[in-house]
Design a protein around this ligand. Sequence first.
Ligand SMILES: Nc1nc2c(ncn2[C@@H]2O[C@H](COP(=O)(O)OP(=O)(O)OP(=O)(O)O)[C@@H](O)[C@H]2O)c(=O)[nH]1
Ligand SMILES: [Mg+2]
Length: 366
Amino acid sequence: MTRQVENPIIKPKILIVGILSPTNSIVNTQSYFDEFVNLVKSNGIEYDEAVFIKLRQIDPGYYITKGKLEELIEICKKHEIDQVIFSEPISTQQERNLTDILHAKVFDRTQLILDIFEKGAHSAEAKNQVAIAMLKNRKSRVAGHGKGMSQQAGRIGTKGPGETQKEKDIQHIEKLILSLQKDLKKIQQQRQTQRKRRILANIPMFCLVGYTNAGKSTILNLLTQANVLAEDKLFATLDTTTRELYVDGKKIGLISDTVGFIQQLPHHLIEAFKSTLSELQYASLLLHVIDVSDPNWPSHIKVVMETLKDINVDKPMLYIFNKADKIPDISIIKSQVDKFQPNVIISSLSKDRIAPLIEYLKNFKA
Ligand SMILES: Nc1nc2c(ncn2[C@@H]2O[C@H](COP(=O)(O)OP(=O)(O)OP(=O)(O)O)[C@@H](O)[C@H]2O)c(=O)[nH]1
Ligand SMILES: [Mg+2]
């Protein structure tokens, strides 16, 4: 997104625009905007200006309404902005209109998240999945582009030059997607063999799931000797790591950590990551980790539950309310937390503070 290949000396001037759309049902606006800033930073982007907008309605042409748009035009002019990043997904047409009026390159949430995934993918499987998602996104963008041109150039029943080029581009992208999907299938077959072996051996499988940055990898590292990268960054984990799980020196099963979820995770990404996430179908228990210190945790739970439904995962679940150390008085939220059962309240800062989780796992019967 912000690769400065053309001129490595000049850093583009970047404006970020956080938008709370009228369809967003989250309770804490500040925390939502913080999450957007964290998304930007997780992508390694240093921005110059930031604007946060609470929208009452969405404009079909420009996404944001007239008054706010004028504000953005002013900022772009004054600060000579080269790139504008929006916190929400916007349509191809809106992107084009905004590019024209702001005289800057425009990126939306989908591109921002795809970019993080592209930078963070390490394994062949993750790289392959991200590439497929990016191509599918490009395909829908190409399909949405050039409409105006073909309509101008062609009479009814004929195709304009823009249209034929567009078709060629789409065909090319489809070919690339097909070839990547073939490679992915091979990787999946290997996974299937490993899975069969595990099922035959009747080994319980615990799968960590949850919103991004909730603390999944930190818990995996505490429970096992895994050395998975855990940091204050969104989508630090993109690959699945599976480890043996020992409690009191006894092996009680396997535990895996995988990619986290976020609101409005691009659909193409969910599609592409289905093979990684398919592991969840075989879970004996889902360990749903929640950052209880984020005021938006109830909507994060909703996002996770909806995403699981999307990928047809319906398994027994333990709600793990994590980062309790960041809450001064846990009794205040206890009644709200207890709506989600069964649950444990923990802090992953140290092993003794995850004792309730270890206790639960010890007593778990598949
Ligand atoms: N204060 C506090 N910080 C925590 C706790 N658990 C995790 N963290 C911090 O939260 C951040 C995110 O933790 P991760 O384990 O990387 O979270 P994750 O769920 O694996 O996130 P992704 O892989 O990015 O989806 C890190 O900076 C952790 O140190 C906790 O119980 N208390
Ligand atoms: Mg992680």
